[in-house]
Design a protein around this ligand. Structure first.
Ligand code: NI
Length: 192
């Protein structure tokens, strides 16, 4: 089943999401459906709040970055491959220099902006079988995780932009929340 993606302006995108337990109903099919919804909309990550569920769950498949970026080491490419599930994730540490990366978001179609974030993270999370992991991750995968993790905190990538940039984007963002946007996947707009 494919979920519609909540658009910018939807109140659920601004909530702090809650941890879940292994007993969360239909968890495995929810995860599969989130991957399906993500692939359908050509995303590299999708957080549960974006489909209207305020829980600490996000999925990532950043394999496509290995095709568009020729400068990646084999190690980095390997790290980006495959489907990844993060449950009850907690970023324990963010280190390294801030670097700019052009981000986009399925909830904010048509807007891509450079965002500065620290290069490296240490993260604790559970996989889909509720096995606990603590990992240090850097580069693009860390970036995708930081973006998805923000969704659990009710934060969107546009929040990180300068107030000047925010003013420039204000009208565009309002239009997205009103459904005045061209998008080729199913979305749910707050003010329609
Ligand atoms: Ni996003």
């Amino acid at each position: 089943m494919k979920f519609p993606i909540l658009a910018y302006g939807h109140p659920t995108l601004r909530k702090v999401a809650k941890n879940i337990t292994p007993e969360y109903p239909e968890l495995q099919s929810l995860i599969d459906d989130m991957f399906e919804s993500m692939y359908e909309s050509n995303g590299v990550g999708l957080a549960a709040p974006q489909i209207g569920k305020s829980i600490r769950l996000f999925v990532i498949d950043a394999s496509s970055f290995t095709e568009i970026d020729d400068n990646l080491s084999d190690e980095e490419k390997k790290q980006l491959q495959g489907k990844k599930v993060f449950i009850n994730a907690k970023i324990l540490e963010e280190t390294g220099n801030e670097w700019a990366f052009n981000e986009g978001c399925l909830s904010i179609p048509g807007i891509n902006e450079d965002v500065e974030r620290p290069k490296k993270i240490k993260i604790e999370y559970y996989d889909r079988n509720f096995n606990k992991h603590i990992e240090e991750i850097d580069g693009i995968l860390a970036r995708v995780i930081q973006h998805e993790y923000d969704h659990l905190e009710g934060i969107l990538f546009t929040d990180h932009l300068s107030s000047f940039k925010k003013r420039l984007l204000k009208r565009k963002l309002e239009n997205i929340s009103k459904g005045k946007v061209n998008v080729d996947y199913r979305m749910k707009f707050p003010k329609k």
